[in-house]
Design a protein. Structure first.
Length: 290
């Protein structure tokens, strides 16, 4: 069974049960450690296995042992709980207030970020968020000029700052029935320079000698998406953040390199940035556990 939690988030109490059972070696010991009934722990583990579609423990009459899938889940669970606790400390210890200037790549802004920010604002209503969406390289410049406090962007080549949120290969994206033209240059839908995905896709095409032409350039993901849905061409993009109505195009196209999404903060003690960073990392770790 596939993981089908529509919110993309696993309830923290289920993850606490997972960690407690793994540490105690029994459901009874885990229940004692968490101050719950043994039946409650059993139900939580069953629910977690249903949500993830993974068997997390092998059980016998005396003890439970963690499966290989359970071990993988444990690492994700500990990271989620750590981020959850850190965010809780920020939100409960000191009432957050003030202004936070966020720069995020447009593909992230139009997919996952709204849910994260909405939850953050509900928890911290006295915080004013200012969001700037754009190309990663442009946002780097604004951050370095002191115009932004937090970045969520594709890693710029040679820049080692920030914490990795996730990494994945870039893919070719187009309408589900799209087929590249045979014997003709590949029509591309691209962000204008400076774009990380544009630069890396063109490097690959040039290296293998694949003819191409730019069918459409747009600084807006909405514009690129509309062109892709119309079948005008293909665009290099993150599969995780792929707009609705599009699909990965595989037919005869070269593999593209990895892209790394990173979060860069102001450094030092910055409660607003730290709390938002914890919320984003909690989302990302939960999403990776699917």
């Amino acid at each position: 069974m596939d993981y089908d939690n529509q919110s993309g988030m696993i309830p923290p109490d289920l993850l606490r049960a997972l960690v407690a059972v793994a540490q105690a070696g029994t459901f009874t010991g885990a229940a004692r450690a968490l101050g719950l009934r043994q039946s409650t722990i059993s139900q939580q583990i069953k629910r977690l296995e249903e949500l993830t579609g993974r068997r997390l423990f092998d059980r016998d009459t005396h003890r439970v042992s963690v499966t290989a899938q359970g071990e993988a889940m444990l690492d994700h669970a500990r990271r989620v709980l750590d981020a959850h606790e850190r965010m809780g400390r920020y939100l409960s210890g000191t009432r957050l207030r003030g202004r936070l200037r966020i720069g995020a790549s447009e593909d992230f802004v139009l997919s996952a970020l709204p849910d994260v920010l909405a939850d953050f604002v509900r928890r911290s209503p006295e915080v004013t968020l200012e969001l700037t969406a754009g190309l990663s390289e442009t946002l780097y410049e604004q951050f370095d000029a002191g115009l932004l406090d937090v970045l969520l962007v594709k890693r710029s080549r040679g820049d080692t700052r920030g914490t990795t949120v996730w990494s994945e290969p870039i893919v070719w994206v187009g309408r589900p029935d799209y087929r590249p033209p045979v014997g003709e240059p590949l029509p591309l839908l691209l962000y204008p320079p400076p774009s990380v995905t544009r630069a890396r896709a063109l490097e690959v095409l040039e290296r293998i000698g694949q003819p191409w032409h730019i069918a459409l350039t747009s600084a807006s993901l909405a514009g690129l998406t509309a062109a892709a849905r119309a079948g005008i061409g293909v665009m290099p993009h993150s599969a995780r953040l792929m707009p609705p109505g599009l699909a990965v195009v595989l037919a005869g196209l070269p593999a593209l390199p990895m892209v790394e999404f990173v979060m860069i903060g102001p450094g030092g003690h910055h409660p607003l940035a730290d709390a938002l960073s914890a919320a984003i990392m909690q989302w990302a770790t939960s999403a990776r556990a699917r």
